[in-house]
Design a protein around this ligand. Structure first.
Ligand code: HEC
Length: 712
């Protein structure tokens, strides 16, 4: 018989033995201690194993350093850190390197190139031996900078930059092509996300790999195929790519790469024009798809399409997450993709096989002439959606905070709120809204334990189409050009839609000189695309219109008519989108009952939710505003020891949640909101978390700070 003591000894040695084996496993496990790539690593995990900051001491976090950038405004950037330097981008696209422990600036790049306010989500880093480069973009140009000095690498492209359109068809030369998300590095290549025009005549969303040493284009993949390439039969016209009317299907949200297997995972967006697909009949491959491509050659491996024949701008909004899931005791390398529609889809990374069944469900038909909405759309059997769906709304879903519930109830009753209700001349209620569901902040995963954390918006928007009339024919050129390109967002009366983020252009002369406005028209600003397709004479007239100098038009010039033949002429389609309108109450708050912003933990082994909590408060509502959740943009960072860090909310807090149960462990009121994903790193043995606070979005104040938090 074993004595108590013997038993204890036995248990102890068993424990020791177990301890050793776990220790061995631990040491061979991949470490996540650096942040040298967008969202932490090339699997876009948003994950760190650094452990100085713990659930117990997180309440003692303090601002350890602050960096004030030269210009104010939206900063969506996720900083990266290499050795002791932190790299970031300001609101006007100045790239900077600062000491990651003090915030002191080491170099800045961008003064020599035209300053432009176009949001950037960050930069990429590459090294080979002593050669260390930062890759960044401004306008259509991709720059390679010396990571230590910020000086352009002269041997890259022409004088340190390449025009990303160099890998595109000649017809794209004059088109709007920029990038706001860092490229994905694989060996000596950088594969670039692109932001394009979304109306008629957009550039095609080619996926392009540039050589980081030379700037040459190494490979391209056509998301809108040539007539002899796979997928060409899904567009109505096999030669759609060369029609130049239909474009986009671009990746703008960023990508993930499995470096060991050499496979790059590329989520794409809708084909353009958005909202009307009568000139692109068919499922439209490879728009709205997750593409697995050979990272060395760009060759197709597999794809899955999330929205067939997109009519709702259901771009894939964030890079996918690479992780390992367990099925029937077996480990499977997987890739998870969150969507604007509010779902997460999980696939076997190698084969593209879905790990939860996906069902094609019948959706409503279109009543617009020439439109053929796709009859079904895919839904995963599990996990359940992480954002409320329009189909769940009833007239009782009106916000209890609203002062005008009757009017709101009426719209809820009359608007078409069926899931995937196609655009129509009558209002359609879009929930999740245009930006999602999941937005560009994306999801975080614990790559070994397969728990996915995602923040979501529950903001309904109204989608409505109008007949495309040649409103502008016969009008003076300036007004006509305005009608053609600007009304959707700034509205016919030029008053904009402030609540949806589209500023008024009334009294523009009091705020901006013509040169600045002219730059905005060429290059875009924030979420506004640029319009390089507007000709010089159109622009001249448009500026006069905007500055109320239209008197001059009475001299009717024969040429003073918008160019009817341009590929970007909206008259190529019979309908126009009436604008991006949020469904709000009379106080400007979401018109449906809260929560308006949420945070979730989902176990991707089982598809079950671990927890869901509201994210953020609505201070305008006082006590009632606690726990309503708010609109939020920007993602989280999670740690192995159980912390989830997130800014993102309109109320401007930086928060830490317990990953086990969603309990709030700490919150800190930022000087202005942080619509950005934090970065976690270590310098000189000290753990930091940095976050950019640029505000401006959702009507908040503008800022210019990057803050680094640490324990004392
Ligand atoms: C897709 C929507 C959209 C379209 C189309 C659009 N804009 Fe904008 N515009 C915006 C948004 C959003 C902003 C705010 C950008 C920011 O500062 O972040 C803006 C800002 C501006 C501003 C700066 C206003 C200020 O007071 O700061 C000007 C000027 C402007 N737009 C002119 C135009 C003109 C002219 C056109 C047509 C050629 C146009 N926009 C088309 C969305 C749009």
């Amino acid at each position: 018989m074993l004595s108590k003591n013997n038993l204890r000894m036995l248990l102890l040695s068993a424990l020791l033995f177990l301890g050793c084996t776990t220790f061995e496993k631990e040491s061979s496990k991949k470490q996540y201690t650096t942040w040298s790539s967008y969202l932490g690593d090339s699997g876009r995990s948003h994950y760190s194993t650094l452990s100085q900051i713990t659930p117990e001491n997180v309440k003692d976090l303090k601002v350890a350093w602050r960096y004030e950038s030269q210009d104010f405004g939206q900063m969506q950037m996720n900083s990266i850190v290499v050795d002791s330097l932190l790299y970031g981008v300001s609101a006007a696209l100045r790239v900077f390197a600062i000491n990651a422990a003090t915030g002191k600036q080491v170099w800045q790049f961008g003064d020599s190139v035209q300053v432009s306010h176009s949001t950037s989500r960050g930069v990429s880093y590459w090294e080979k031996g002593d050669d260390r480069r930062i890759l960044c973009t401004k306008g259509p140009d991709l720059f390679a900078l010396d990571a230590l000095t910020g000086k352009p690498i002269e041997s890259f492209g022409i004088g340190g930059k390449v025009d990303m359109r160099s890998g595109m068809p000649k017809s794209a030369e004059e088109k709007f092509v920029i990038s706001n998300t860092p490229g994905t590095i694989y060996k000596d290549f950088i594969v670039m996300p692109l932001r394009l025009y979304e109306g008629v005549g957009a550039a095609p969303g080619d996926i392009m790999a540039f050589n980081i040493i030379t700037g040459d284009v190494e490979w391209t993949f056509h998301t809108i195929p040539e007539s002899d390439e796979a997928g060409a039969g899904t567009w109505g016209d096999k030669n759609i790519r060369n029609s130049e009317l239909v474009g986009a299907a671009n990746n703008w949200a960023g990508m993930a790469v499995d470096e060991e297997k050499g496979v790059i995972y590329v989520p794409t967006g809708s084909a353009a024009p958005d909202f009307y697909g009568g000139i692109r009949k068919g499922s439209n491959l490879y728009a709205n798809s997750l593409l697995a491509l050979n990272a060395d050659t760009g060759e197709y491996i597999w794809h899955f399409q999330f929205t067939h024949h997109d009519l709702w701008d259901r771009d894939l909004p964030a890079p996918p997450n690479l992780l390992t899931v367990e099925r029937n005791g077996k480990k499977i390398d997987a890739v998870a993709q969150v969507t604007k529609q509010g779902y997460v889809f999980v696939f076997d990374r190698l084969t593209g096989e879905p790990l939860f069944d996906i069902e094609e469900i019948k959706v409503p038909a279109s009543n617009l002439k020439g439109e053929e909405a796709w009859p079904t759309q895919p839904f995963p059997s599990s996990p359940k959606p992480f954002a409320r769906q329009s189909g769940e709304l009833t007239e009782n879903s009106v916000s209890p905070q609203a002062e005008n519930p009757e009017a709101l109830r009426h719209l809820l009753k009359t608007a078409d709120s069926r899931i995937y209700a196609p655009p129509s001349l009558e209002p359609v209620l879009l929930l999740p809204g245009y930006d999602g569901g999941a937005e560009w902040g994306g999801a975080s995963v614990d790559p070994e334990n397969a728990i996915l954390y995602v923040n979501a918006n529950e903001m309904p928007w109204i989608l409505q189409m109008g007949e495309q009339t040649a409103d502008y024919s016969g009008k003076p050129l300036g007004e006509a050009t305005y009608q053609k390109y600007c009304v959707t967002c700034h509205q016919s009366d030029r008053k904009g839609l402030a609540a949806s983020g589209f500023p008024s252009l009334i009294d523009l002369q009091l705020r901006k000189d013509k040169n600045e406005t002219s730059n905005i028209i060429d290059q875009g600003r924030g979420m506004m695309p640029g319009f390089p397709q507007i000709t010089d004479s159109e622009k001249e007239a448009l500026l006069r219109f905007l500055y109320n100098q239209e008197i001059q038009y009475t001299v009717v010039d024969k040429e003073a008519k918008p160019d009817e033949d341009t590929k970007s002429n909206p008259l190529h389609v019979p309908y126009k989108h009436l604008g991006y309108t949020k469904f709000l109450d009379s106080k400007g708050l979401p018109a449906i009952a809260p929560p308006w912003g949420t945070l979730h933990a989902i176990d991707l082994n089982t598809g079950e939710y671990k927890w869901s909590v509201p994210l953020g408060n609505t201070p305008e509502l006082g006590e009632d505003g606690i726990g309503t959740g708010t609109e939020n943009y920007g993602g989280a960072v999670i740690t192995e020891n159980g912390l989830l860090f997130i800014g993102a909310t309109r109320d401007g807090f930086f928060r830490v949640f317990d990953t086990q149960n969603g309990n709030l462990l700490w919150e800190y009121k930022l000087p202005v909101p942080a619509f950005a994903t934090p970065a976690m790193y270590e310098v000189n043995g000290k753990q930091y978390i940095a976050i950019a606070c640029g505000g401006e979005k959702l009507g908040t104040e503008k800022g210019n700070l990057v803050l680094g938090f640490a324990l004392d």
